[in-house]
Design a protein around this ligand. Structure first.
Ligand code: ZN
Ligand code: ZN
Ligand code: ZN
Ligand code: ZN
Length: 307
């Protein structure tokens, strides 16, 4: 990748990108490039693979392909500003590097998930917006260290000192006999690349009641998102169902090392104990009807379908 600045006296303009793409594979050209007698240009890999090197693949004119030094010089001098320049990226790349940089650009915007709010910006700017503008509560997070969070409808922000990426823990009301569902997302400008390479973080959510002698936890890989489509459905990520009277849950987040094959989601709910506890605590009569799904069954089904 190149971030060389264009010459000070450079020319800005608009060029049809098609003229800079190979006429055979349509990939962006990079030197060396080859042309036929009338200027159909092809990339070096395609030139190497041609069975008939005597005639142009596009116009069939004889004479084969020759190096096109003039276009190579243009490609070498061309610098394309990153599409995220408006969000603070100052990188300018060669034409053939645009796509790779775009996939990993640290300035790709992330979006505010609050309905009706159009804010977009870097993770640093979005974090400041959520905690300062929308006044969402936030806690500093260390990987592999268990945090205790109050169960309270709404979103809690977990951020690291370096601020990127950050995590959102959302508490939403859940059907009886549960009190609420807690789900976790990672807000990451690199979310597209993460989908290709595998998830980056694993989370464990837990809740317990010492008096009632029960505990439950849910372990899952955290979904990364730029929130460009708003808040994803809860079923798209791991979650934990929390008993109505539980006041706090524990959260810990672990970075997944790239060479470790992603693990499937695991849940360990001591279901009979929790069901017993929820029924005793719940004041909702529906919770006791026989049509109510059993706690363990519905919770497990949810969790398995989330991956
Ligand atoms: Zn090609
Ligand atoms: Zn030709
Ligand atoms: Zn960029
Ligand atoms: Zn907002």
């Amino acid at each position: 990748m190149s971030d060389m600045a264009a010459p000070a006296a450079g020319i800005s303009g608009i060029i049809d990108p098609e003229v800079l793409d190979c006429t055979i594979c349509f990939d962006p050209l990079q030197p060396p490039v080859f042309q036929c007698a009338v200027g159909h240009v092809i990339c070096s890999p395609c030139q190497g693979k041609l069975i008939n090197k005597e005639n142009c693949n596009t116009c069939s004119l004889p004479g084969g392909y020759n190096r096109c030094y003039a276009l190579e010089k243009i490609l070498e001098s061309l610098r394309i500003p990153c599409a995220n320049a408006a969000y603070g990226c100052t990188v300018k790349t060669h034409y053939h590097e645009v796509e790779d940089h775009g996939k990993s650009c640290p300035h790709a915007p992330c979006f505010c998930p609050e309905p009706g709010c159009n804010f977009a910006g870097s993770t640093v700017a979005l974090l400041a917006h959520l905690t300062g503008g929308h006044m969402w509560p936030s806690t500093e997070l260390e990987y592999n260290v268990k945090l205790t969070l109050e169960v309270k409808a709404g979103v809690h922000v977990l951020h690291r000192r370096d601020r990127s990426p950050f995590f959102l823990v959302k508490f939403t009301p859940a059907p009886p006999p549960y009190g609420s569902a807690a789900s976790v997302l990672c807000v990451d400008p690199d979310a597209t690349a993460t989908m290709e390479k595998g998830r980056k973080f694993r989370c464990q959510l837990g809740s317990s009641n010492v008096d009632m002698d029960w505990q439950q936890y849910s372990r899952f890989q955290v979904r990364s998102t730029t929130l460009s489509d708003g808040w994803p459905p809860t079923e798209d990520g791991g979650s934990l169902y929390v008993a109505p009277s539980t006041e706090s849950i524990t959260v810990s987040i672990t970075k997944i090392m790239r060479d470790i094959w992603p693990l499937p989601v695991r849940t360990n709910i001591r279901s009979q104990q929790l069901e017993h506890f929820c029924k005793r605590k719940s004041s909702n009569p529906d919770a006791k009807t026989s049509s109510q799904p059993r706690m363990g069954e519905s919770a497990k089904k949810q969790h398995i379908s989330t991956m």
